[in-house]
Design a protein around this ligand. Structure first.
Ligand SMILES: *Cc1c(COP(=O)(O)O)cnc(C)c1O
Length: 425
C-alpha cells in the first residue's frame, strides 16, 4: 500500500471534510522553505506550514540544539521541578516583551495559551471577591479550537455545533476612527461585568488576514485600561517578526496585561505555548488560601526540547541577518502590492510586515467562490507552491529565509492564477 492509502485507512485530518477530500500529500523531508514529496518534487512553503515556520524547515542550528538537549534531558514534570531551558527561555522572552510582562506560564499550543490567559483573568477577579464574568472580543476574532478559545472567537460555521455551549462574550468590531466612540460607549455601558478583552493585535489571521490600525487599537486599549478591563493580547500568530517588528506590541503605545504565544515561538519545530502576565495578575493568586491557586497545568508543560527549540529560534530571530531578511520581505511585498493592486480582479491588497493578503473580487458569486478556493489550492500545488486561500483571500506568509527569487516565483504564480481563473469564471 502507498502512504496515501495507509493514511486514508487510519487517519482523520484537521479542518478537512473527509468525504471526497483531496488525497493529502505525503511529505518525506523539508529544508529551508521547501517541502519534498515522495517523488522528491519540491514545493515552496509559502504559508510557513500553517504559520509556524520562521527560519526555514529543519534549521541546522535548531536541530543541533534540540538534539543536544534530547541527549541531556528529555522531559521532566514541571510542578515541583524546573530546568535550565525553561528558565533561560523565560528570561529571553520577557526581555523582548513590553516591560510590564513579568511572569511566564507554559503550555502546549496557541489554544491552551489562550485558555490559560482566560482562566488567569477570570480567577483574578474571583480571587478578589469581585466577580467579573464576561469577556470582550472582536466579532471576527480567532483564538483557537478548545472550548474557551472557541467561546471568545467569532461565531461561524466552525463553532455552530457548539454555539449554545459557549460562554457569554460581548462582541465588538475592530476599531476605526468612525466607530471608536460607539465602541467605547458600548464598553462603558457594561464595563463592570467585563473581566477581560481578548484580541488579535493588528492582523486577524483566520478571519482572512483582516488588518486594522495600531493607533485605533491604542485608543481602544487606553479605554479598556481606564475601565479596569484586563487585556489579553493574542500574539500566537503575530509574534516573532511577522508584522515586521518582533511583536505587534512593538507597534503599540499601550501595553496589555497578558500575552499569548505559540506558532513561531519554537521557530515552528515543536509545539509549545506561553502565556505571560504582569506582576499584578500574578500577585492576585498569592495567598495563604490554597483555593486562590491557579489549578492549571499540562503533562508536557515546559517540555525541555520545545523550550530549547524556542531558545534557538529566538537567538536566530535576533540576528542581524534575520532582521534584514524580514525587512527585505516587507519591501518585496510592498513592491508587489503596488503592482497587483491595479489588477481588475483584485478588490483589495493588504500588508502588515511580512504578511501579504490579496482579496479577490467575487461580485455576488461568493458560494461559487468556495469551490474556486479548492481549485486555487490545487492550482498552486500543481505549480509547486503551498498556499491555503482563506475563502477569497490569498495570502503569503513566507519563512524569513525565502529568497527574492522564490518570492518572485510565488508573486508570478499569483498573477498567473488571477488571469487563469478570471478568464475561467
Ligand atoms: C492559530 C491561532 C491560535 C490557536 O493556536 P493553536 O496552536 O492552533 O491551538 C490562537 N490564536 C491565534 C491568533 C491563532 O492564529
Amino acid at each position: 500500500m502507498t502512504l496515501t492509502e495507509r493514511d486514508a485507512r487510519n487517519i482523520w485530518h484537521p479542518y478537512t471534510q473527509q468525504m471526497g477530500a483531496l488525497h493529502p500529500v505525503p511529505i518525506i523531508r523539508a529544508e529551508g522553505c521547501y517541502l519534498y514529496d515522495e517523488h522528491d518534487k519540491r514545493i515552496i512553503d509559502a504559508v510557513s506550514s500553517w504559520w509556524v515556520i520562521l527560519h526555514g524547515h529543519s534549521h541546522p542550528y535548531i536541530v543541533a540544539r534540540v538534539t543536544a538537549q534530547l541527549k541531556k534531558l528529555d522531559q521532566v514534570i514541571f510542578a515541583g521541578f524546573t530546568h535550565e531551558p525553561a528558565i533561560e527561555l523565560a528570561e529571553n522572552l520577557l526581555a523582548l516583551l513590553p516591560d510590564a510582562q513579568e511572569k511566564v506560564f507554559y503550555s502546549d499550543n496557541g489554544s491552551t495559551a489562550v485558555e490559560v490567559a482566560l482562566k488567569m483573568c477570570l480567577q483574578y477577579w474571583y480571587n478578589q471577591g469581585i466577580p467579573r464574568r464576561k469577556v470582550l472580543a472582536f466579532r471576527k476574532g480567532y483564538h483557537g479550537d478548545t472550548f474557551g478559545a472557541m467561546s471568545v472567537s467569532g461565531r461561524s460555521a466552525w463553532t455552530a455545533p457548539f454555539d449554545t455551549l459557549l460562554f457569554e462574550v460581548i462582541f465588538i468590531d475592530t476599531p476605526t476612527p468612525k466607530n471608536l466612540a460607539s465602541v467605547k460607549a458600548l464598553i462603558s455601558g457594561c464595563a463592570e461585568e467585563i473581566a477581560c478583552f481578548i484580541y488579535e493585535p493588528l492582523v486577524q489571521g483566520s478571519a482572512g488576514m483582516l488588518m486594522y490600525n495600531a493607533e485605533d487599537l491604542d485608543q481602544l486599549m487606553a479605554h479598556c485600561r481606564a475601565e479596569g478591563i484586563l487585556m489579553i493580547q493574542d500574539e500566537v500568530f503575530t509574534g516573532f517578526g511577522r508584522t515586521g517588528k518582533n511583536f505587534a506590541a512593538d507597534h503599540l503605545e499601550e501595553q496589555p496585561d497578558l500575552m499569548c504565544f505559540s506558532k513561531g515561538l519554537t521557530g515552528g519545530t515543536m509545539p509549545l505555548g506561553i502565556t505571560t502576565c504582569t506582576s499584578g495578575i500574578y500577585e492576585a493568586f498569592l495567598s495563604e488560601d490554597k483555593m486562590k491557586t491557579l489549578f492549571h497545568g499540562h503533562s508536557f508543560t515546559a517540555n525541555p526540547l520545545a523550550c530549547t527549540a524556542a531558545l534557538a529560534s529566538i537567538e536566530l530571530l535576533k540576528k542581524e541577518d534575520t532582521q534584514h531578511a524580514i525587512e527585505r520581505i516587507c519591501k518585496q511585498h510592498g513592491t508587489f502590492l503596488q503592482k497587483i493592486s491595479l489588477h481588475p480582479k483584485v478588490r483589495e491588497v493588504r500588508q502588515t510586515g511580512t504578511i501579504l493578503a490579496i482579496e479577490w473580487e467575487t461580485g455576488d458569486r461568493s458560494s461559487y467562490f468556495s469551490q474556486l478556493r479548492d481549485q486555487l489550492y490545487l492550482y498552486f500545488l500543481e505549480h509547486g507552491i503551498l498556499m491555503r486561500p482563506l475563502g477569497n483571500v490569498i495570502y503569503i506568509l513566507p519563512p524569513y529565509c525565502m529568497s527574492n527569487e522564490d518570492l518572485a516565483e510565488v508573486y508570478e504564480r499569483i498573477e498567473g492564477a488571477l488571469d487563469f481563473f478570471s478568464s475561467n469564471i
